[in-house]
Each structure stands twice: as C-alpha cells, then as structure tokens.
Design a protein around this ligand. Structure first.
Ligand SMILES: [Zn+2]
Length: 309
C-alpha cells in the first residue's frame, strides 16, 4: 500500500516539477520576444528619425542651391535683408514656390530696376513683380515671396541664355507700359501675340491709347472690308445701306452679290460704316519686345532641369 502511495506521490511531484519548468521556459521565451519587439521599435524609431533628418538635409540643400543661384546684382539693403534670411525661403511651402517658377511667364525682366512683368498662365492677368513685392494674389494674401519673385530672382541671373528680347526694355517703353490700365496691357500682349496685318481692328479706348503711345501704328489705306461685311447678316447690311440713303441695289440679291456690289461701288459707305476700324502694325519702339513676348509664350515652360532636379 505504502509503495503505491510513494509511487503516486513521485508521479505527482514529477508532474508538478515539469509544469513549473515548462512555465519558466515559456515566460522566459515571452520575455525574449518582448525584448526583441522593443529593440525592433527602437530600431524603427531611429530609422524614422534618420529619414526625417535626411529629408531636412535635402530640403536645406535644395533651398541653398536656389539661393546660391541668386544674382549678384546691385541690391539695396532692403532686398539683401529679404533674400538673405534662409528662414523665409527654406520652408516646404516656399520650396514648392521655387519649384513652380517654370510655370510663370515673364514678358519683361529689367536688370537696372530689378523688376519684371509676368503674365498669369491661368487667366492672362498681368503682374508687376520686383524683389520686394508682387501684385499677384498669392503675394497679396501671404506677403512672402511668390513664384514670380523667385522667377525674377532666377531670371535676373539666367535670362541671357533664354529670351534676351524681354531683357532691359527701353525705359520709355517700360514706363509707358506700366502706366497703362491693366486692360490695355492685356490687350497689347494679346495683339502682340496674334497681330494679323491684313485684318481690321476696331479701335477701342485701349487700342487708341496704344496707338497714341506708339506701341501700335494705325494704317487707314487699302483696308479690306470684306471680312467685316461677311460678319454682318444680310438684313443688317441692307438696313445700314438704307440708313445711309444708298440706292441701286436689290434686296433680292444674295449676300455675296450684295457685298461684291458694295466693295465695287460704295467706298464712301464703307469708310463711314467702318470708320472705327483700322489695320494695325507693331510700333517700332516695341518691335524687339514683341519678339520677346511671342518667345515667352512659346517657351513659357522652358526647362529648368539644371536647377530643378
Ligand atoms: Zn507674384
């Protein structure tokens, strides 16, 4: 009996000890796993911090690269102060603006006055930019350098290799242009881009102003009125003839025959009817600049690959 009892007791002990040993083994495995996990987390954290530091280094290097490209021009103290403080230019938002300078379209860059004129690529509005401020909405809202100011800074140095026609515009032209209302400025840029010497233009107040300043030249001789007549309806032509007391035509004529007859026989009518129309030519004082404006549109997105990579 006692033997059985001892045997059972030994078995009981073995089971207990095995349980304890197993428990210890398991918990030490858990501890090891936990330690490993902690090490993993720390490693992750270090990697993340290193990544952030690297990004910060890249960002600063990029900003420095941009500032290093700033032109050595006769800068005033105010300009130097604005452009020498890295904090103003090294933020992520400002670097974005620096990267977007190839979206802008300069049509004037003046080295002597350190300013420029930009056409908005979105709505054709005209912005006047210098190294202190710009009248674009972005600058007006934030009062920190906009992409036009960065582009101006860049172009003051680099424009020679790009579009010399927009560089150092004659002071009289520059001043006259700046004094035009924005509507006139936009009108001029559009005429400069698309002028067709054969077409007739309706001389509105903007064109009148441009002719007066010598930006455009008006030619009244040998005008081709046919396109203007064809733009009118036949009824409108008939009505205008009657109003001017002209006879000798028939309402039953086709529009083409009617127009033909007018062009052959009614020169006085044509001059009176279209007296506000004229042929336009680019004025000599802006001929060179107009080449530059056309060029600016052609290559508005020219490559900054050397700088922006
Ligand atoms: Zn701007």
């Amino acid at each position: 009996m006692l033997v059985w009892f001892i045997a059972l007791f030994v078995i009981f002990l073995i089971v207990i000890i095995a349980g304890i040993v197993n428990g210890i083994r398991q918990s030490s495995a858990q501890i090891r796993a936990k330690e490993e996990y902690d090490r993993y987390l720390i490693r992750q954290q270090i990697e993340q911090e290193e990544k952030l530091r690297q990004e910060e280094r890249n960002r600063l290097a990029e900003a420095r690269r941009f500032r290093d490209s700033f032109p050595i021009v006769s800068q005033t103290k105010e300009i130097q102060e604005l452009w020498s403080n890295p904090c103003d230019h090294d933020s992520i938002d400002q670097i974005k603006r620096q990267k977007r300078i190839n979206e802008t379209r300069p049509i004037q860059i003046n080295r002597d006055t350190l300013d420029g004129i930009f056409v908005s690529s979105r709505n054709d509005l005209i912005y006047k930019t210098n190294l202190i401020d710009c009248d674009c909405p972005d600058y007006m809202e934030r009062m920190i350098p906009c992409k036009h100011m960065y582009r101006l800074f860049y172009d003051l140095e680099h424009i020679d290799t790009v579009n010399t026609h927009i560089l150092n515009i004659d002071p009289s032209v520059r001043i006259a242009f700046r004094e035009f209302p924005q509507k006139t400025q936009i009108q001029f840029v559009n005429i400069a881009r698309f002028l067709n010497n054969a077409l007739l233009y309706n001389v509105n107040t903007d064109i009148k102003r441009l002719i007066k300043s010598g930006f455009l030249i008006s030619h009244k001789e040998n005008l081709d009125y046919a396109p203007l007549l064809f733009e009118m309806t036949k009824d409108a032509i008939l009505l205008s003839l009657v109003k001017r007391g002209i006879s000798g035509f028939y309402a039953s004529w086709s529009k083409v025959r009617l127009i033909d007859w007018i062009l052959q026989n009614q020169h006085d009518y044509l001059e009176a009817q279209f007296k506000s129309y004229t042929r336009l030519e680019i004025g000599e004082i802006v001929t060179d600049w107009v080449h530059g404006i056309k060029d600016a549109y052609r290559r508005s997105l020219y490559s900054y690959s050397n700088y922006l990579r």
